[in-house]
Design a protein around this ligand. Sequence first.
Ligand code: ADP
Ligand code: MG
Length: 465
Amino acid sequence: MKFDEIWNAVLGSIELSISKAQFGTWFKGTRILSLEKDSVYIRVPNGFAKEWLENKFNIIILRSLHDLGYPVKEIHCKVDDSFIPKEKVFSEKQSIPTKSIPTFSSEIKNFQPTSKNYQTNSSSNLNPRYTFENFIIGNHNELAYSACVAVYQDLGNAYNPLFIYGGVGLGKTHLLQSIGNAILKNTPEKKVLYITSEKFTQELINSIKNHTVDTFKSFYQNIDLLIIDDIQFLSGREKTQQEFFHIFNTLYQQNKQIVLSSDRPPKAIATLEDRLRSRFEGGMIADINRPDLETRIAILQEKAQQKNISLSDEIFSYIAENITNNVRELEGALTRITALQQFHHITHPTIKDVEDILKEIVSSGKKKAISQEDIIHSISSFYGISSEDLKQKGRKKEIAEARQMAMYLMRKELHLPYTGIGRCFGGRDHTTALHAFEKIEKLLDTDEKTRKDVSFLKEKIYCIE
Ligand code: ADP
Ligand code: MG
């Protein structure tokens, strides 16, 4: 196979296992430069992509190459932005900055803004409560988090505009405001403004009414970092979009930073003017997903510590297993427990206490009782393998993998004994089931795809009608 064909095959399989936003951000413009016995050399458009491909996506890239019969062990990325087509969308400034951030990984890892004393600039509209330090990072928000830190470290240059999208209560506002707070702390002379798109629209309408549109515009054009939250509300408001575009243009040309959030990607915002949409798409787009179970537990533990509440692991698991939608609801659960402690003086609540107090929030998404058959059914439809094949002796690789996953879930979710699990799969030995369980547990630590598969499968199992 030619390099391009190999790479296309690799990209094809990666595209299925990561989100669209991630795929677009990290793999656009990449190709194989050479492929040797042990190493593959990949061309990437910037240093940020290099970091991510070499350190974060290396496992899935290597795995796809292995699947295609290339037992490569190492990935080397070479930064080369000369091939990036210069977009004509924006006539005033044609190329999108693709500045590399060579120290990205070490800086991100060691990144800890120092002082806690915020000189909050009241005109910035920022809430000092939202900081990078108290933002908890998991697989679901890592991309958005690192993009925000990169923007903070190189305002106006790293990614402009930065567009963060995701469902409600997942931390968009927190992250957006963290950039502003960190900037004001380190460079208080900078002009930062946080505004929701509704407020922006309202101000514009007022200025039209009062014939002060020019003042409105010149006010915005002096800002170094403009953060507009929940941009989906601009949708359909033509006049607002036009003014926004002009402000946007001016700021962009002066290398001023713009950060936006929305509940959906730019493509999905109906009636957004094409030039605005393509402008948003020209920068960096990062998504935030729902946190997985482990991350929900980590978030709870961290927040409980901040609130000085001590709870047993069992209670943390109970809350995390039952409240799955977003971080705001997890916080809500802890607030209720705090109340329990403060008003009822129950310092060490039992599961029963917690169940009672969380009844209303939990009941809607309560876990239902599931059976072995539910697991078999979900696995067979997920992997496209019949239940018979799953239970029989066959040793084909895909079947064996699916079977191991089924064994794992039976142990994890139903707490069945290994002997019983073995029996369910064509009378296999209990050591086979034990081995499967341990293998998946290990993969969960190291392999992103396994984590995603497991969390997806769990949701599927518990949702079967
Ligand atoms: P969104 O703007 O996406 O609707 P918010 O930023 O308002 O969500 O987040 C909802 C609540 O959850 C806030 O109190 C925020 O501080 C908290 N939160 C969300 N994600 C995290 C996180 N990763 N770490 C810490 N707190 C978080
Ligand atoms: Mg918000």
